[in-house]
Write a protein that binds this ligand. Sequence first.
Ligand code: URA
Length: 210
Amino acid sequence: MSDHLTVVDHPLVQHKLTLMRDKGTSTAGFRQLLREITQLLAYEITREMPLTTRQIETPMEEMDAPILAGKKMALVSILRAGNGMLDGVLELVPSARVGFVGLYRDEETLKPVQYYFKAPEGLKDRLVIAVDPMLATGNSSAAAIDLLKEAGAVDIRFLCLLAAPEGVARMKEAHPDVPIVTASLDRELNSKGYIMPGLGDAGDRMFGTK
Ligand code: URA
């Protein structure tokens, strides 16, 4: 994957995203849509996974058939909202190992504070996909990627639902080697660090905490 930012403009993605943005969508609906849209985004982010071939026998004849080359995947959820994207990817790649990075955003400084880190072994040999629905200031995302790199990850991608230009710029500056896949590049951040027009607090909307 070479471009730093890929916006997936597939009609199904855009349709589901509109339903998610709508404040009238229920918590259950929001969660279900996030799972569905994540699968479609995961399809895009895994597009260049290396293939090899395996000799198999169809009922008709032998053939050399394409199969994933075996690069293993680690899926890393940036807590807590990242958890809403885990199932969608795991349905596509059930053998992926899963890690968690716990960072909360200090509401005054908007800076990330780490409270949890657990990653699968052998990160350096895995395709690492970090998931967080909202790329806002980019501070926590960049800090999460720092931690993954410190733990050995080299082939990292970032999967989010919405991105703000400020967050994309921050990630490009801190981690130009980490491609981002998103469903939308929104207009801007507001003074409280929320994405506009956005969809509100993704964690609250998926877990019903507000
Ligand atoms: N996190 C959210 O959940 N929403 C935003 O708009 C920004 C950060």
